[in-house]
Design a protein around this ligand. Structure first.
Ligand code: ADP
Ligand code: MG
Length: 270
């Protein structure tokens, strides 16, 4: 088992998860050891079905490990983890509430007085660039705006950790970059810890301070990579940075070795 570092915050120690459905049992992840530091963005990268969402569910305390231990802030996770905010793959916006009404849900649940609630919603909408759409309904805004709205609602819960399951999956490239940059800015500003699931190598290389690459069924960790770029990296400039290219290539080589050999003419001149 890997060494546990003093600044570890979320730790998976030798975790295996086997699901029991009727008489069938299915092992989704096996012997996963992974530690994450407070304030870091950790990407869980790998093909569909290798157990990435299962790891988020375990951090949230929705399901428990069959073997091994999941700890959060030094305490074993048992039962729902109230310190995390979880954004599942679907945004689950309420269609009968406006954008502002959706963002205010966690504040209302927390019992915040109406005035404070409105002020906080306005701040959050400004933070995600939606202040002109406060009175729109989810079916009147674009997919990207819906994601921003869901992100604002997530932030309204004011949890120290975000669990994000392929949050920018179906978006076009430019919008994705905009939202990634916004997320990075917000996380740094609020010093949030993030577990971010993706199957997109470019996204993992851009956003991750660390990237855990998963493989196989049951899923295991193939390797954990540290991003060579500093935490205040500018996402819009990454494509000009050779360190970023080298990092992206390492991830490609780990995930798709067959497709990742450099073309012969480049190898010859290297
Ligand atoms: P990923 O997010 O990497 O696509 P998941 O964590 O969703 O993978 O699932 C990993 C495997 O575990 C899949 O084969 C899935 O069908 C199975 N699985 C996930 N949750 C359950 C569950 N609650 N009961 C039974 N099988 C499950
Ligand atoms: Mg998943």
């Amino acid at each position: 088992m890997a060494d546990v570092r003093p600044d570890d915050f979320i730790v998976f120690s030798d975790v295996t998860k086997t699901f029991q459905t009727g008489t069938q049992s299915y092992t989704a992840i096996r012997d996963v050891t992974l530690s994450m530091k407070r304030g870091d963005i950790t990407m869980l990268l790998g093909p569909s079905g290798c157990g990435k969402s299962t790891l988020l569910n375990m951090t949230a305390g929705l399901i428990s490990a069959s073997k091994g231990r999941v700890s959060y802030g030094g305490t074993e996770v048992s039962g729902l983890n109230g310190k995390v905010a979880y954004m599942t793959q679907q945004d689950h916006l309420l269609p009968w509430r406006t954008v502002a009404g959706n963002v205010s849900v966690p504040l209302e649940v927390a019992g915040l007085p109406k005035r404070q609630c409105e002020a906080r919603v306005a701040e959050l909408l400004a933070l995600v660039g939606l202040k002109d759409f406060a009175t729109s309904y989810p079916n009147q805004i674009s997919g990207g705006m819906r994601k921003r709205c869901a992100l604002a609602r997530l932030l309204a819960a004011e949890r120290e950790t975000l669990l994000l399951d392929e949050p920018f999956g179906a978006l076009d490239a430019q919008l994705r970059l905009t939202l990634q940059a916004e997320l990075l800015r917000i996380c740094r500003k609020l010093n949030l810890t993030v577990m971010f699931v993706t199957h997109d190598i470019e996204e993992a290389a851009a956003l991750g301070d660390r990237c855990a690459v998963f493989q196989g069924r049951p899923g295991t960790i193939a390797k954990v990579f540290d991003n060579p770029l500093p935490k205040d990296r500018d996402l819009a400039r990454l494509r000009f940075d050779p360190r970023h290219h080298a990092f992206t290539n390492e991830l490609w080589a780990m995930l798709t070795p067959d497709l990742s050999a450099a073309p012969a003419e480049l190898q010859a001149s290297a």
